[in-house]
Design a protein around this ligand. Structure first.
Ligand code: FPP
Length: 225
């Protein structure tokens, strides 16, 4: 029976969720942040799950209206500050991935602070993908390695990436069937789950049902049974 150690989620559908209720798109992000908390707490209580990687802001999300980008930045900073005691209480290590230099000094400081203060936690790793794009991640990894004299091997490249752990389950909410530049290297053999549920409506029950389906999948990794 399979056990999932790394779950990755593309949290899509916040804007549509809010619009369906006649609310501003940003309300969807606010409720979405609450779901991040619930799913993280659930995963921190599941002994098999080591890592939860969540796509919170992509390298392409800067193209959104300025006010929405500003709201997301503020929400992220508030979330990290508010959740620090919860990370500690649940023994969750916070680990950002992505190119963080693009963020304001204040947000960078908050990210670093939460990362440092939870560095000793040895339960779940909650990894937020922030200004993250898989192509950008691979490019940065290649640039890190380009001056090495050795022939670059798979483990060397893998180790130079921000996220070094293969994904077991990749979930996308919101109805679209695409990967949107998320963890392309690490998802080489991930099992993909697409749901029409909009992220603010995503529940622990739906995650449990995905985990149950995953246990029954025959994973061959290119080999034979
Ligand atoms: C996609 O929904 C979601 C995002 C671009 C941002 C994800 C952010 C959150 C879940 C909340 C903030 C997270 C944290 C950790 C504080 P969308 O806006 O593209 O929805 P749409 O497809 O319906 O327009």
């Amino acid at each position: 029976m399979n056990t999932a150690t790394h779950i990755a989620i593309i949290m899509d559908g916040n804007g549509r969720w809010a619009e369906l209720q006649g609310k501003n798109r940003v309300k969807g992000h606010e409720v979405g942040a609450q779901i991040v908390k619930e799913i993280t707490t659930y995963c921190s209580n599941n002994k098999d799950i080591q890592r939860l990687t969540l796509y919170a802001f992509s390298t392409e999300n800067w193209k959104r209206p300025k006010l929405e980008v500003e709201f997301l930045m503020k929400l992220l900073e508030q979330y990290l500050k508010r959740e620090l005691p919860v990370y500690l209480e649940n023994n969750v290590r916070f680990e950002p991935i992505g190119d963080l230099k693009a963020f304001s000094k204040s947000l960078q400081k908050t990210i670093k602070d939460v990362e440092e203060k939870t560095a000793h936690c040895d339960g779940l790793v909650q990894s937020l993908a922030l200004n993250y794009g898989a192509q950008n991640e691979m490019l940065r990894a290649i640039n890190k390695l380009k001056n090495t004299q050795e022939t670059i091997t798979l483990p060397m490249l893998s180790d130079a990436l921000d996220c070094k752990q293969d994904v077991d389950i990749l979930i996308r909410t919101g109805g679209d069937h695409r990967l949107s530049n998320f963890l392309l290297w690490q998802s080489a053999y991930a099992e993909l789950f697409f749901t029409n549920t909009l992220w603010p409506d995503f529940t622990i029950g739906e995650l449990e049902s995905i985990l149950k389906k995953f246990t029954k999948i025959e994973r061959r990794f290119g080999g034979l049974k």
